[in-house]
Design a protein around this ligand. Structure first.
Ligand code: ATP
Ligand code: MG
Length: 319
């Protein structure tokens, strides 16, 4: 049995959250939170399979995992599951150009036992991932709880400048569940993306991102000037993409999420089309473009609800 990856709760205020969550231990590890999609990798009958969040074997992630991972790991440790984030631009779910990644990479952040879902301690996991040559999330260090808030504040500031997402704070022994904390810039990037598709994205997703800004601004005791900047950035992230989307739709365009995948085999493309269709995702695929030994395929994921809602507004319907 392969367990689902456990939900990671969020710290809204760093200092009290760290003290309360990790009250029984002295030091914590801080790792980078990569922004992509969650994948569990295992081997079935000697072949690697990649499972996404809902428990589906994704044909695209599977092709990538087979390409990126050393199969020896699964032969040597048949009872272990690799957990990581698929990140990069050739990404059908969360495309990001913020990392120095050419296509799609798989960053390991956890190794757990099958059945129980028990995780390996951070250092043991990192050593093992290194032995097999896996890419892994960055470790910023192990800090005492007293110094952690200050250190994380500085890390978040730096990560924010390059639009990286944030950090996950972990018990070195992995007995206590980790917590996450993210940068304002990443928050705003999420909002910019989401408000273009304002009627397709859940309201909780939007609301929670606004609330995070309030708590972060409070904890960091920002100057009036920094606060103004934050307000402006938040407001622009919400309104600009919406206004752009409405303008596009007025011109008769449909708003759609543009993503791309890069495959070695066109069979993977066929399987991936079927996979999206079965998940009820309305997507249009361009003709494959040959790039070296690979095929690049551009995909438009249609956001039907936002299009329909906006068109109805143009016709004068009421909200
Ligand atoms: P869920 O926790 O259900 O995925 P969510 O989409 O709100 O909900 P995120 O805010 O993205 O979750 O945060 C949790 C996710 O962060 C994990 O599921 C994992 O895919 C990802 N992640 C990225 N880097 C790390 C890391 N270093 N350690 C643990 N998880 C990480
Ligand atoms: Mg995520």
């Amino acid at each position: 049995m392969i367990k689902g990856f456990p939900k990671i709760k969020r710290a809204m205020l760093l200092e009290p959250a760290i003290n309360s969550q990790f009250s029984d231990i002295d030091t914590i590890c801080v790792e980078e939170k990569m922004n992509g999609f969650n994948v569990r990798a295992i081997a079935i009958d000697g072949k690697i399979a990649a499972i996404t969040r809902g428990g589906y074997v994704c044909p695209y992630s599977t092709e990538k995992a087979r390409d990126l991972l050393n199969i020896d790991f699964f032969n040597d440790h048949p009872d272990l599951v690799l957990h990581g984030e698929m990140v990069g631009p050739d990404n059908p779910y969360v495309p990001k150009n913020i990392y120095d990644i050419d296509s799609l990479d798989f960053s390991i952040f956890d190794i757990r036992h099958k059945g129980s879902g028990e995780p390996l301690p951070v250092n043991e996991r990192r050593k093992m991932a290194e032995e097999y040559g896996f890419t892994q999330v960055r470790l910023f260090g192990e800090f005492t709880k007293e110094e952690a808030t200050g250190k994380i504040h500085a890390i978040i500031k730096e990560l924010g400048k390059i639009e990286h997402e944030g950090v996950v704070i972990k018990d070195p022994n992995m007995n206590i569940p980790p917590i996450k904390y993210t940068c304002s810039q990443s928050n705003c990037a999420d909002l910019r993306h989401a408000f273009r598709f304002y009627n397709d994205v859940g309201r909780d997703y939007l609301f929670s991102r606004v609330v995070r800004e309030g708590f972060q601004a409070f904890e960091w005791g920002e100057s009036e000037e920094d606060l103004k900047k934050r307000c402006l950035q938040l407001g622009e992230s919400i309104l600009n993409p919406m206004i752009e989307a409405i303008t596009d739709m007025e011109k008769g365009e449909k708003v759609a999420e543009e993503v791309q995948i890069r495959v070695k085999s066109l069979d993977t493309l066929t399987e991936f089309k079927e996979y999206l269709r079965r998940q009820g995702i309305d997507a249009m695929f361009d003709e494959p473009e040959k790039i070296g030994h690979d095929f690049l395929i551009k995909i438009k994921k249609l956001n039907k609800s936002t299009n329909d809602k906006t068109l109805s507004m143009f016709k004068g319907e009421l909200w």
